[in-house]
Each structure stands twice: as C-alpha cells, then as structure tokens.
Design a protein around this ligand. Structure first.
Ligand SMILES: [Zn+2]
Ligand SMILES: [Zn+2]
Length: 102
C-alpha cells in the first residue's frame, strides 16, 4: 500500500492526503509540485526517477475495508539528506533524459 507521507521532503510544506499538489516517485519519495517543477526539475534527488501526481485515497469506504480512515496517511516527516547545491548538481545530470529512458 502506498505510504501517504505528510510533507514535502524539500520545503517541508504539509501535504495532507487530499493535496492535489503532492508528487511521488516510484519509491514514494514525496515532494510538492512547486519543488518538483522549479527545484528538482522532475529528477528525484534520492533515486533519479521522475514524478507523478500522488493518488488521492478516498475518505469514504466505498468498498469494505478500503478508506483513508482504515488505512490512514503516514505521520513520519522526511527531509532531504542532500544540500540544495547537491540536489541541483544531481538534477543537471539527468533532467534532459526523460524518466522512461533513465
Ligand atoms: Zn516543496
Ligand atoms: Zn525517488
């Protein structure tokens, strides 16, 4: 099950489960759209992959056992383990290559 992480790893903005601006990579590294577009340039600083919008988990239990209340969002905040300079240098090496070719 996808871990709905509570914040942007880069700017620490809150990204609650219904946030339409949350972006994730295939490892669930989570950032806001603004950081993905303007700082990361669609290069995950942790794995080098691209990002997609994070799906919204429904609040309502439309199928038995599946809802945000039953499977709540994560609470552990995560933060970048790289400096912004390191992130920028890494992004430059990959941003011109589409994610599907990395
Ligand atoms: Zn951010
Ligand atoms: Zn990643």
């Amino acid at each position: 099950m996808l871990e709905l992480r509570p914040n942007c790893e880069c700017c620490d903005k809150d990204l609650p489960p219904a946030a339409t601006e949350a972006r994730i990579c295939s490892y669930e590294c989570t950032f806001c759209a603004d950081c993905v577009d303007n700082i990361l340039h669609n290069v995950c600083p942790n794995c080098g992959g691209g990002f997609v919008p994070r799906p919204i988990r429904p609040v309502g239990e439309y199928r038995q056992g599946d809802s945000l209340a039953i499977s709540p969002a994560g609470t552990k905040r995560r933060h970048l383990r790289f400096t912004l300079d390191e992130v920028a240098a890494f992004s430059v090496t990959l941003r011109e290559t589409p994610p599907e070719q990395r």
